[in-house]
Ligand binder design. Structure first.
Ligand code: NAD
Length: 479
């Protein structure tokens, strides 16, 4: 199968720059070849967006809403096919792939409606003859750069908001997983989206794409999800043309389990957060702090739950943990585990690659105990199926340990004490805090990070703001 790029409403077949392969991380097989976009392709996508932007912005929100909803319905009709493709390019278990697509469709439905509620306001003026009107307007041509871990929802969350706000969007999916984004382009084409409002440009060399985008003053906003390192590069590069930047970056999520926690809930929530997408999730629990009085019991319960997981190809019905996306990802996980063991951690379950499953990119669900802050697992984002357990006794001390990171995306606490839940959730420097809840994803809530985890918010009513300008119209008195 060969995919072209979707540029200004046309499918562009591979040109002189050829194609690049997309591999199935479970089997190593080539799933498809994708045309490599050139700098000229990127410019054509911007030209196409420029041509249609005024008409798209002027279209009544209710009509834009109908097109977005049609695309959502097409994706639901094709859920089996889309989910299978997502598993093949990314590796997650099939049920999770379906869940991801339906979550993304939820963003389309949400923003189809939010676009109809892009309210402005009037404000009492200080002079009786004057009137002050505040209007919201689409920012214009936007760009989405998305990572490989959720190839469908990461784009749909941005795209729904941009389209709902009246903006055009050029999407650049991760080079490891471009197929879901191309299929999203197809769904919108079939839904009747005007040509040029959405382009999907697959650039195996992201720097070349960024150079064209950043140099072009017609592009007004960049919405990026990915690593903090690349987020910083993009923020610096956007300064010359002063583009609006929203950044959803890396995390290093702590879970704090207090002595009065409901351990059944801790296990269910932590397993879901830790092992969804093989731990390759920015909000995945990365370090677990457990009160010393219940540490052994929680360790034993997590050990039992993790031993019951099934590692394998995401397309197999029984699989609950698929392969990691690429060799570099599993090498990082191995490095973190080896580092922890060399500094005194003990392995309760797992600890190494699973063999005999296809590629060598499968890692056993792993539980580490006797972990402390000198270890990489407690400092960096592991992005893999490894759960480190570290013991605490004092509330202030554990909050300080949880906050001692440059990241601030999400954190979780488990307690039955309402006062403590409020106190600790307010003290944690994270954009999302789950109280007795580690699976908080919701289209109607604003999601984003503190500190080096990002800028701006996606989802909820705030998600639309990232793609809008605020205009102050001052009306004077005509004499
Ligand atoms: P990455 O930063 O390497 O890549 C993300 C995207 O950026 C890809 O499309 C890639 O092609 C592109 N890219 C890379 N270098 C670029 C450049 N110089 N110019 C333009 N584009 C460039 O991240 P990744 O490895 O794909 O994803 C994993 C990271 O994403 C993790 O750190 C994870 O925490 C983070 N993440 C954050 C969120 C969030 O919502 N905060 C969600 C998912 C993942």
């Amino acid at each position: 199968m060969i995919y072209g790029n979707f540029i200004a409403g046309e499918w562009q077949l591979p040109g002189a720059s050829g194609t690049f392969p997309v591999h199935n991380p479970a089997t190593g097989a080539v799933v498809a070849e994708v045309a490599s976009a050139t700098a000229d392709d990127v410019r054509r996508a911007i030209d196409g967006a420029e041509a249609v932007q005024p008409a798209w912005a002027a279209m009544p929100a209710i009509e834009r809403s109908a097109i977005i909803r049609r695309a959502a319905a097409i994706m639901v009709d094709r859920i089996d096919e889309l989910a299978s493709l997502l598993v093949q390019e990314q590796g997650k278990p099939l049920a999770q792939a379906k869940g991801e697509i339906m979550y993304g469709v939820g963003f389309l439905d949400w923003f189809a409606e939010e676009g109809r509620r892009a309210y402005g306001m009037t404000i009492p003026a200080s002079v009786s003859e004057k009137r002050i009107i505040i209007a919201k307007q689409p920012i214009g041509i936007t760009v989405a750069i998305t990572p490989w871990n959720f190839p469908s929802v990461q784009l749909l969350r941005k795209l729904g908001a941009a389209l709902g706000a009246g903006c055009s969007m050029i999407a650049k999916p991760a080079e490891l997983t471009p197929l879901s984004a191309l299929e999203i382009g197809r769904a919108f084409e079939e839904a009747g989206l005007p040509k040029g409002v959405l382009s999907v440009v697959c650039a195996p060399e992201p720097y070349e794409f960024t150079d064209v985008i950043m140099a072009d003053p017609r592009v007004r906003a960049i919405s990026f999800t990915g690593s903090t390192e690349v987020g910083k590069i993009l923020m610096r590069a956007s300064a010359d043309t002063m583009k609006k930047v929203s950044l959803e970056l890396g995390g290093q999520a702590p879970t704090i389990v207090f002595e009065d926690a409901d351990l059944d809930a801790v296990v269910v929530e932590t397993m879901a957060s830790k092992f969804r997408n093989m731990g390759q999730t920015c909000v995945s629990v990365n370090r677990i702090y457990v009160h010393a009085s219940i540490a052994d019991e929680l360790g034993a319960r997590l050990q039992a739950a993790m031993s019951a997981l099934t590692v394998g190809d995401g397309l197999h019905e029984l699989t609950t943990v698929g392969p990691l996306v690429e060799p570099a990802a599993i090498e990082k996980v191995e490095r973190h585990v080896a580092d922890a063991i060399s500094k005194g951690a003990k392995v309760l379950v797992g600890g190494s690659r699973s063999s005999g499953l296809g590629t060598d990119q499968f890692f056993e669900p792993t539980l580490l105990i006797d972990v402390d802050e000198t270890m990489q697992v407690m400092q960096e984002e592991t992005f893999g199926p490894v759960a480190p357990l570290s013991v605490f006794t004092d509330e202030d001390d554990v909050v300080a340990r949880a906050n001692a990171t440059p990241f601030g995306l999400s954190a979780y606490i488990f307690t039955r004490d309402l006062n403590r839940a409020i106190r600790v959730s307010e003290a944690l420097e994270f954009g999302t805090v789950g109280i007795n809840d580690s699976t908080f994803s919701a289209v109607q809530a604003p999601f984003g990070g503190y500190k080096e985890s990002g800028l701006g918010r996606e989802g909820g009513n705030m998600g639309l703001e990232e793609f809008m300008e605020t205009k102050f119209i001052s009306i004077g008195h005509i004499r």
